[in-house]
Design a protein around this ligand. Structure first.
Ligand code: SF4
Length: 412
């Protein structure tokens, strides 16, 4: 039984259970930011497209600004009704509960282009609510390496494979520096996005390199460029992999970023090694945490983060029930907070175990337990997510900002 209430309780439910297809959801896609993952009709589900897949919106906005990522699920009790003119409603079949919702809009920049004709959408920028994500070198070298027949990519990762995006951006394997033309196109796109999307946070990310020092050089180049291009001085977060101490000191000395976020992804060395073999091999679990600790010494408690994937460890191959998975994740939250590092948990559905009748239930029990337990740990360590790093308007699959917002409102 969860103690979550209000928008956070609803958000966990919708994130864990997904939303099933309706014509209203498909109609919303015409004027909304499109989902990166198309809706896949399940076997036997009525499919008016006849193609097995449909485009759906990416993000739902509740009336209080809460943002929720949409995951298509033909078994979900949640569906969308209504229209753009009449307004949309999210409906729960189980009790008929219905509430007004909107979708993250399709903005003009998404069909704009740079002076030399590159669509902004291919220029290495994207948004989640009021966060601008800069990713001008998305190809991850871990996808190109195998050891003992096993790929070094993180097991949950579907976005780091070198592909068409990397070609548009001029990313070449083995070349550390980002082409100047790529940076200049990105800056043009960035100006348009900042103007139209009310951007309040900038997050620098990219695929990993097997040499962490080379990755640091690439991010130094990127952060220096963004520092010049970011005329409104919007807070910037460094979302590279863990980096050597002297490079971190350089970022700090030059005042290039306000926040640091090196994604450990998974607490406990055995799970980290299995789920993130490239990070384990080319950086190492202890070195990753040590690098985060160096960042705390430089930027201070509360300015250093680590994104964590939550739920992937329920994959049957790891042999964990949700109670064990939640216990390990909460041990990690306690340990990281003690070091002044703030983990941020993103729900990732396990790919296996879907035949289990309690597939969605156990994900939800796990995520609710983690969310509630972690809120108490943050309070005890007097750590909050800095509003300049991330807020409820951009946390599309994370709960920390939503839970803390409700707690603050209740205490006021
Ligand atoms: S480091 Fe892992 S999560 Fe990041 S792009 Fe590479 S494979 Fe994907």
């Amino acid at each position: 039984m969860t103690s979550l209430t209000g928008s956070p309780a609803l958000k966990v439910q919708v994130m864990c259970e997904g939303i099933r297809y309706t014509p209203a959801l498909a109609a919303a896609a015409a004027h909304s930011m499109p989902n990166y993952y198309p809706y896949r009709f399940k076997e036997g589900e009525p499919d008016p497209t006849g193609r097995g897949i449909a485009t759906i919106p990416y993000l739902i906005n509740l009336g209080d600004g809460t943002e929720i990522r949409i995951l298509g699920n033909g078994d979900s009790p949640w569906h969308v009704e209504g229209s753009r003119d009449a307004g949309y409603r999210l409906v729960d079949d189980r009790d008929g509960r219905s509430l007004p919702v909107a979708f993250e809009p399709l903005r003009p920049w998404q069909s704009g282009q740079t002076r030399d004709g590159m669509p902004y959408a291919q220029a290495g920028v994207s948004t989640h609510g009021d966060m601008l994500v800069v990713n001008v070198a998305p190809g991850c070298e871990y996808f190109l390496h195998k050891h003992d027949g096993r790929s070094m990519r993180c097991s949950f990762c579907a976005y780091g494979a070198p592909d068409e995006r990397t070609k548009h951006l001029g990313q070449v394997t083995g070349q550390v520096q980002i082409p100047q033309a790529t940076l200049e196109r990105m800056a043009e796109a960035m100006d348009a996005v900042i103007e139209q999307a009310g951007v309040r946070h900038i997050y620098l990310v990219g695929g990993s390199l097997t040499d962490w020092r080379a990755e640091g050089e690439r991010f130094l180049q990127l952060a220096r460029f963004v520092r010049q291009a970011n005329r409104r001085r919007i807070p910037v977060a460094l979302g590279s992999g863990a980096l050597p101490d002297d490079q971190l000191a350089q970022f700090h000395a030059e005042g290039l970023v306000e926040h640091v976020c090196f994604n450990l992804e998974m607490w406990s060395e055995p799970l980290f090694s299995r789920i993130c073999p490239g990070k384990a091999r080319y950086v190492g679990y202890e070195r990753w945490i040590a690098s985060l600790e160096t960042a705390v010494r430089l930027w201070g408690r509360g300015n250093v983060y680590s994104a964590m994937v939550a739920g992937i460890e329920l994959d049957p191959e790891h042999g964990l029930e949700w109670q064990d998975a939640a216990r390990i994740a909460l041990q990690g939250a306690e340990d990281l907070c003690r070091r002044g590092i703030v983990p941020i948990y993103s729900l990732v559905w396990p790919s296996g175990g879907r035949q289990r009748p309690d597939y969605h239930e156990r994900i939800r029990a796990y995520f609710e337990t983690l969310t509630e337990g972690y809120a108490e740990i943050r309070r005890r360590h007097d750590l909050a997510v800095a509003d300049s790093f991330m807020c409820h308007r951009c946390a599309y699959m994370q709960l920390e900002c939503d839970v803390d917002r409700v707690a603050e409102a209740t205490a006021a």
